[in-house]
Design a protein around this ligand. Structure first.
Ligand code: SRM
Ligand code: SF4
Length: 581
């Protein structure tokens, strides 16, 4: 229950108070940036998120400082927006260089097609932002209570005018929903040496026409998808546009709203949700309907309790029909009913493909999105070499991986040669299991992690691979998604197998979602020690192998048989009662 204000009505949350007093996100950031302290004050920490910047510390360093619990080595995670995951070789190279020069020597491709750097210290923040700007990219609205990086299928298939039109629509929408505040330029892009006021074109302050002075009650996420290719997990977003097309022409978009994954287990009022089908719009109304939905969320979202401030809760509280009516009022006309088209395919675009203009693209699986050099595994160096030598176009997928585009047929062997020379496998050499797995960042940087994720999933996959092979399931595609807490940054709640951090070393297992992303899974077992995960999952796979119907997918099988049925079967198998224990 939110606190009441003196005059009645719920008290705005601390973040709302900070935003209200911030003068369009400025607050005290500029002042605190040069105050000599290693970090920022509470209000600025919240405002910084709108500039893609999170104050963090390495949680392992914390532990190792005996008797000095309160001392933390503060550094920053910075997220750069990459709308639709589209960038150039030069931009990715610059991002990798910045990781080496200013960050922790790695970069991270995210589940929403953007890039994260970790380990940037306060004194280097401004230089970092200026480099991002020089690289023609931005961190503005990569995090915070605004529209985040908008997702779209990144596959560069020329001659597929539907995909082209969809990708172009994303670009329009990203510009339309971008915050207009000049705070970003004032704080980060002024030149302290020359005292120059702004490096970029000046002009009068523009009051936020869409967001207003307090922006949105919470983060807001949007994705585009094709019915035949839901590679962006459109139903996990606050707002989704599913293309309706016929013979190469986009007829319009089915609009879905109110998806979101994060839950707080201790707060029963929170839940994961898939977006609900709201209505259909022609292409020229995409910007208008998006703006109307954002504004309804701005005006009716909960501003006192951030746990229930996402659009999914606004819809839950208002009821879908009332929400639709309010959206229609803001939109200025009624919404047509949804077209029957819905998602029915999913492609991660991994592998070698013709792109329709005589050239090729190569979908390269980056395990958990981490671009790093380690002993015997020089992934960062290999990617640098590919980018410098072949100058491909680059796309980031919603599965934390890369597409190298515009390649010649002969580049295929060269890419394999470069990868092998650096101890890296090609996408064709990794298992289907690994290809479809993904983990969130979690420890040591994420302040919300209760368990490991990115650092332990590869090992779990190592142990599962032989079990999957023994069961003859090596070619089955199913999603395994792991997170270090229930906030669900790797979207575990609509996957075939979801593994969600419960407490240190222990996880909740979920089953019954699917690759298609249009069904939530259900809790299968709770508080499972990490060491038990391989056995538990193998038992589920054994059940699937024994009892599936025809080409049924893992998620569909678990859904049909029911969680209880799978559990009983798998437990008997584990106990040896089925002769396999
Ligand atoms: Fe996330 C918070 C990382 C995609 C739901 N997420 C965080 C923070 C910033 C932790 C924090 O608040 O202190 C994590 C930074 C960790 C670090 O050290 O880097 C973080 N989220 C990520 C990324 C990098 C995970 C990854 O491995 O790729 C993804 C960045 C996406 C991007 O480029 O914008 C990321 N986060 C997601 C997704 C997936 C998606 O959007 O498709 C979700 C679930 C969908 C959703 O939003 O509901 C997600 N992140 C959350 C939540 C829970 C939100 C909620 O409504 O309950 C939080 C916590 C919060 O907002 O309070 C969170
Ligand atoms: Fe951190 Fe939790 Fe998100 Fe993982 S799911 S990155 S642990 S907030």
């Amino acid at each position: 229950m939110a606190d009441e204000q003196d005059g009645g009505g719920p008290k705005p949350s601390a973040v709302e108070v900070a935003k209200t007093a911030s003068n369009y996100l400025r607050g005290d950031i500029a002042k605190e940036l040069v105050d000599g302290a290693p970090g920022f004050g509470k209000g600025s920490i919240q405002l910084l998120k709108n500039f893609g910047t999170y104050q963090q510390d390495d949680r392992e360093q914390r532990k190792s400082r005996e008797g000095a619990k309160s001392i933390r080595e503060i550094s920053f995670m910075i997220r750069t927006c990459v709308p639709g995951g589209k960038l150039t070789a030069a931009q990715l190279l610059a991002a990798i260089d910045m990781g080496d020069e200013i960050g922790n020597g790695t970069i991270r491709l995210t589940t929403r097609q953007s890039i994260q750097h970790h380990g940037v210290v306060k004194g280097d923040l401004k230089e970092f932002m200026q480099k991002v700007h020089t690289n023609q990219m931005t961190t503005l609205a990569a995090c915070g209570d605004v529209e985040r990086n908008i997702m779209c299928c990144p596959a560069p298939i020329h001659g597929d005018s539907v995909r082209d039109q969809m990708q172009a629509k994303l670009d329009e929408l990203a510009i339309h929903l971008a915050p207009r505040t000049r705070a970003y330029y004032e704080i980060w892009l002024t030149d302290p040496e020359t005292g120059e006021k702004e490096r970029v074109a000046g002009g009068p302050e523009v009051i936020e026409p869409i967001y207003g002075p307090t922006y949105l009650p919470r983060k807001f996420k949007t994705a585009f998808a094709l019915p035949e290719d839901n590679c962006t997990d459109v139903y996990a977003n606050d707002l989704g546009f599913i293309v309706v097309h016929d013979e190469g022409r986009i007829l319009g978009y089915n609009v879905v709203a109110g998806g979101g994954m994060g839950v707080t287990p201790s707060a029963a009022k929170t839940f994961p949700a898939l977006a609900k089908r709201l209505g259909f719009v022609p292409p020229e109304d995409v910007l208008g309907i998006a703006e109307a939905i954002v504004k309804v969320q701005r005006d009716f979202g909960n501003r006192s309790d951030r746990k229930v401030a996402r659009l999914k809760y606004t819809i839950h509280t208002m009821g879908l029909d009332n929400f639709r009516a309010k959206v229609e009022e803001y939109f200025g006309k009624p919404l047509a009913p949804c077209h029957p088209a819905d998602v029915h395919g999913f492609d991660d675009h991994i592998g070698w493909f013709e792109q329709g203009d005589g050239k090729y693209f190569y979908g390269f699986n980056v395990e958990n999105g981490r671009i790093v050099d380690r002993d015997g595994f020089q992934l960062k160096t290999a990617i640098r070499k590919i980018l410098r030598e072949l100058s491909p176009g680059v796309r980031i997928t919603a599965h934390q991986s890369l597409l190298f585009t515009g390649l010649a047929a002969s580049d295929r062997d060269r890419i394999a040669e470069i990868l092998h020379a650096h101890g890296v496998k090609t996408s064709e050499e990794i298992s289907t299991l690994r290809r479809w797995s993904m983990a969130c960042v979690a420890l040591p940087t994420c302040g919300l992690a209760v368990a490991e994720s990115e650092r332990v999933l590869p090992g779990l996959i190592d142990s599962l691979e032989p079990e999957v092979a023994k069961l003859g399931l090596s070619h089955e595609a199913f999603t395994v998604r792991m997170t270090g807490c229930p906030n669900a940054c790797a979207r575990p709640y609509n996957s075939d197998i979801g593994i969600v951090g419960r407490t240190a070393g222990k996880y909740t297992l979920f089953l019954g979602g699917r690759l298609l992303g249009d069904r939530l899974n259900e809790q299968y077992k709770d508080v499972v020690p990490f060491e038990e995960l391989c056995r538990e999952i193998t038992a589920v796979l054994a059940c699937y192998k024994a009892e599936r119907h025809g080409g049924e997918t893992l998620g569909d099988f678990c859904h049909r048989k029911g969680i209880e049925g799978v559990r009983t079967w798998a437990d008997e198998w584990l106990a040896g009662a089925r002769g396999h224990g």
